[in-house]
Design a protein around this ligand. Structure first.
Ligand code: GLN
Length: 492
């Protein structure tokens, strides 16, 4: 592998600006890497070579003309395949959208292009972002670069794996209940979900609109902070996007955290957490204490309801959002329907996978008139109570920490037969989506099998700069982020 691919985005960008390497050379190195290893990993649904090289060429022209480069210009990025990019298919890893060509650019995509960030391909995911292991893709599974027999986490498994395997230096994912943070933790990279509304969802294929948020993947906290800056901001195309100025998120990375108060969520440090993961969080606690932070225990008793609340609200929203894929307005159409109803039924039956069908049925049931009060309304009320509990906790602490997941990456196939076990993988991540707060997973060590462990950090709404500050201070005290996935390094 070309050694430059191991460098951080910030370093790569600097080398381009200083003419040590051209954006075209770097993009080509990335494309070659995909060519060499992606057959084993499965991180990409499609490669957008032409788009990437066109962007790189523009960056090189700017360098030649002596112009100042925009943030992260020239650094190769993988885009989750549920975000539109003109000139590419956007499949959401579903058979129903197998041939859907992006009609317009998502706002985030446009921002990447405007910043000269070469988009090298569309990253594999669980179908419609529903899943925790990336085994629900209609096309192929993603393999964890640290151990090809294990899952990369989901649903943004392709985004996380591509960064872990140095195929891409940066990636975007979407997070509805943990889909950025969980794969980041399983693949040993940084993954961050912003405050709800910080990043425009325009052009993202909607799963659960009140929870979905796009966010960055990177190998360092600094890179993630810079990428968030590129994609953030108000957008008139998304009425839920916040009209608040974008900060320079990397500005406070190195601020002193002496005297800051951090809460360890005791409800996420139970016996259900593996020994290695618990030790990693305890190590993080000691690191923060050594940096002068005060660490206290915080109990959030309502957190245990978050999975139940999520699987009512997310399924209800998805049953409504996915109604448009009917073979008429969008998506696969069955070949010989007997009548219109038959066309709808067969197109959807043929196009959607089992997990998506399960969610649509659950959500339709929860929204049906006889059950609305018992399920949907109750779940909304509980969502409020969980949010109240978090907001109350933040009156006393600056950040909350926990494992990103009680366990590390599991074997492919280990949880596919048991949806409940799969759903429980997200026990630590889902509440940040219910509450709308920013949250990040940072590499925090390795288990006895050498698989990465993630530390989750959460801060109050719009406190992204603090979140990156806490993440960076921890990262810099360790060398976890300097280690690379061995399986893939070996196979290249
Ligand atoms: N794993 C969760 C689910 O299956 C969350 C997915 C996500 O964040 N998109 O719904």
């Amino acid at each position: 592998m070309d050694e430059i691919l191991k460098k951080s985005a910030t370093e790569q960008h600097k080398m381009i600006a200083e003419k040590q390497i051209s954006a075209t050379e770097l993009t080509k190195a990335s494309l070659k890497r995909i060519n060499d290893v992606d057959e084993k990993i499965g991180a990409f649904n499609s490669i957008t070579e032409e788009i990437a090289l066109n962007t790189a060429k523009k960056v090189d022209e700017m360098v030649a003309a002596g112009e100042k480069l925009p943030l992260l210009a020239g650094v190769p990025l993988a885009l989750k395949d549920n975000m539109n990019l003109i000139g590419s298919k956007t499949t959401a890893s579903s058979k129903i959208l197998e041939n859907f060509v992006s009609p317009y650019n998502a706002t985030v995509t446009q921002k990447l292009l405007d910043n000269g960030i070469p988009i090298i391909g569309k990253a594999n995911l669980d179908e419609f972002a529903m899943g925790s292991s990336n085994e629900n893709s209609a096309f192929k599974k993603v393999h964890n670069p640290w151990d090809l027999n294990k899952v990369p986490g989901g649903s943004s498994g392709g985004s996380a794996a591509s960064v872990a395997a140095c195929e891409a230096t940066l990636a975007l994912g979407s997070d509805t209940g943990g889909s950025i943070r969980l794969p980041a933790s399983f693949c040993g990279v940084v993954g961050m979900k912003p405050t709800y509304g910080r990043v425009s969802r325009y052009g993202l294929i909607a799963f659960a609109s009140s929870l979905d948020q796009i966010g960055p993947f990177a190998r360092t906290v600094e890179d993630a902070a810079n990428l968030l800056e590129v994609i953030s901001g108000h957008d008139t195309h998304d009425s839920t996007s916040l009209d608040i100025p974008v900060e320079h998120y990397a500005q406070h990375l190195n601020d002193d955290i002496k005297g800051k108060k951090i809460g360890v969520i005791s409800d996420l440090m139970t016996d259900a957490v593996s020994e290695d993961v618990r030790k990693a969080v305890e190590h993080a606690v000691n690191v923060y204490k050594s940096l002068g932070a005060e660490v206290v225990e915080v109990s959030l008793p309502k957190l245990k309801y978050s999975i139940g609340i999520y699987y009512i609200l997310a399924t209800a929203e998805c049953s409504s959002n996915l109604a448009r894929f009917d073979g008429v307005r969008y998506g696969h159409r069955t070949s010989n329907p007997e009548n219109l109803i038959d066309l709808y039924c067969k197109s959807r039956a043929e196009g959607f996978g089992d997990e998506v069908k399960r969610r649509i049925m659950l959500g339709t049931y929860a929204l049906s008139s006889g059950y609305y009060d018992a399920y949907y309304k109750k779940a909304q009320q509980m969502r409020r109570l969980v949010a109240d509990e978090f907001n109350e906790a933040f009156k006393n602490v600056d950040a909350l920490i926990s494992p990103t997941c009680p366990n590390t990456a599991f074997e492919l196939g280990a949880r596919t037969a048991d949806p409940l076990a799969m759903y429980l993988t997200d026990i630590a991540t889902i509440s940040a989506n219910l509450v709308g707060i920013p949250a990040m997973s940072v590499p925090a060590g390795f288990d006895s099998d050498g698989m990465p462990i993630g530390l989750q950090i959460m801060t109050p709404q719009l406190k992204e700069s603090d979140l990156f500050n806490f993440g960076y201070k921890f990262e810099q005290e360790n060398d976890f982020y300097k280690q690379f996935a061995k399986d893939v390094c070996a196979c290249a």
